[in-house]
Design a protein around this ligand. Sequence first.
Ligand code: ZN
Length: 197
Amino acid sequence: MKMWLVAVFALVIIIVSIFFSSTATSNAVNNKNDIIVIPVDVYIVDSGSYSSERTQQNIKDIFSKANTVWREAGIFFQIKSVSIADVNDFIIREMIDGNGAAIKQTPFYNKDVLNVYMSNFVGGEANGLSMPIDSIIMISDKTTLNDFRTLSHEFGHTLGLNHASHPEQLMHAGTNGLHLTKEEVSISRATALKIFT
Ligand SMILES: [Zn+2]
């Protein structure tokens, strides 16, 4: 083979490999910036008066709607498992009082994911509650607002958001508002990356 032909052939291979490696790199970076996936274990509480009547299908539906809300932030809450949490009433009462120590000693908790508990009742008039440090959320069966909005709102607390003043905002305390501000999006993405990836 002539020398110049060998040189051209080698050059083509180099150019092609540079092209493919750069596409692969930029895809990896884009994917990481686009969607942050948060793994979730869901528990249907089975404990005396706290026992939830929610079904797997109902839970899937709520998550699907909540993920529509959070798509705006490029965050996806992925259900890893749905199981029955057959625990003592005391443990649920502790969680409602803001103490996650007892549930963490049971098989119904995983420190590496977000733990969402479906309960008939979560205390007082509350629709849901969030304990961000323990990655725990509780959702009542009897929400007075849309249940997917309650779940979406508690996701916001988990991701470091505080209450907002405008009724159309997701983080407003007493409405069905769904809007996330740019600042809330950047806070929640930063928190999600820190805690769950
Ligand atoms: Zn709240």
